[in-house]
Write a protein that binds this ligand. Structure first.
Ligand code: KG4
Ligand code: ZN
Length: 348
């Protein structure tokens, strides 16, 4: 039998409602995402209760669209997969209950998937728009999202060894917080990338937390340094900084984050004797990080596998990709499946 065949995958852990139909963990038949970003921009961040209600509002239309775009029937579907964690409890529960209902009504197995494993397995999705090499083991993966930042080694499918993780803020969280300090719209990640692209002087240097030889990360010192510099440059006033200054500060911040992420990832990949490097998670949509890591990996003789930006940020296809491996390994959930808000991917 083929790996999983067609899997219907549901993702609702944070602020995107995603449903996809994925074949054998690789081929995307449909992948529909309803984003709440515009809604959360009004509050400058996610209000969990509001996010859960929005999932409830959009999950049926998202399924309808994903279903008709895939052009398949229930007889073709071998399993229903769903993100069980980590994430916001209320948001997770909407997807979990929806997936349970579909699995029950249509008599399909229910496959629980880790959101973080989804970000990792997005690297196995094929892309009609461009050639993506298949990741080769052993590999080292950097996962950088709004809630997580870690380096993991994989010697085979579903086998993880945690090499390092953030001791405080996730990289995406740092982008979002500094974006807010710079007066940029929510979410800060894409806004900082856009603002930084206009930098010309590149005269802002922020500290890097190397933490010795460790593969751990820390972004809270950088955030504090950025806050202090921004306050000084704004003269303590509530005055918004001029746009060209925002560009330089955004550039200085982004360079600091990218430098640490790239340096540690390449060092970890060399230490592990990796044959490829994988990049995933929402921050992997960052052009500077993608380019810089690709360049460094190439120089070290290892190809970088990174999905296109829309597959780096939260979506259902990545859950379908991980679910195929889980399905094959026999992972199943019953109708008592509960949300696991702080589910870890791996331990040291
Ligand atoms: O993986 P994701 O969609 O959701 C979580 O699982 O957290 O990641 C969202 C994070 C946010 O912090 C957002 O600011 C960041 O990814 N992000 C970016 C970019 N696009 C999204 N950060 C830097 N540059 C980007 N282009
Ligand atoms: Zn995510």
């Amino acid at each position: 039998m083929k790996r999983g065949g067609l899997i219907l995958a549901v993702e609702s852990s944070c602020d995107e409602t995603g449903i996809a139909v994925v074949e054998d963990g690789r081929k995307i038949h449909s992948n529909v995402v309803a984003s709440q970003v515009a809604m959360h921009a009004a509050t400058g961040g996610i209000v969990p209760e509001v996010a859960a209600r929005a999932h409830l509002r959009w999950i049926v239309p998202v399924l309808d669209e994903a279903w008709s775009a895939a052009g398949v029937g229930w007889d073709d579907i071998s399993a229903v997969a769903v993100t069980e964690g980590p994430g916001l409890a209320g948001s997770l529960l909407v997807g979990i209950n929806f997936a349970k209902t579909l699995a029950y009504v249509h008599g399909k197995p229910l496959v629980p998937v880790s959101h973080l494993e989804g970000h990792l397995y997005a690297a196995w999705l094929t892309d009609e728009a461009r050639e993506v090499p298949e990741p080769l083991f052993p590999l080292v993966a950097l996962i950088v999202s709004g809630g997580h930042t870690f380096l993991v080694e994989m010697r085979d499918h579903l086998q993880y060894r945690l090499l390092g993780e953030t001791l405080d803020d996730a990289a995406g969280e740092a982008f979002d917080k500094v974006g807010r300090l710079l007066g940029l719209p929510y979410p800060g990640g894409p806004a900082i990338m856009k603002a930084a692209a206009a930098a010309v002087r590149h005269d802002v240097a922020f500290p890097r937390a190397w933490l010795g030889d460790s593969f751990d990360f820390s972004f809270s010192g950088l955030k504090t340094a950025a806050r202090r510099t921004i306050a000084v440059e704004a003269g303590g006033a509530e005055m918004p900084l001029p746009q060209d200054r925002v560009a330089e500060l955004a550039d200085g911040f982004q360079e600091s984050v990218v430098d640490v992420l790239v340096t540690k990832t390449i060092r970890a990949a060399k230490a592990a004797g990796a044959r490829s490097v994988v990049l995933g998670g929402g921050v992997a949509a960052n052009r500077v990080l993608r380019d810089r890591l690709a360049q460094a990996a190439r120089a070290a003789g290892m190809p970088l596998v990174v999905p296109r930006p829309a597959l780096c940020t939260d979506n259902g296809a990545m859950i379908g990709a991980a679910a195929a491996r889980r399905f094959e390994a026999g992972t199943r959930a019953g109708l008592d499946l509960d949300a696991k808000p702080s589910l870890p991917l791996a331990r040291r």
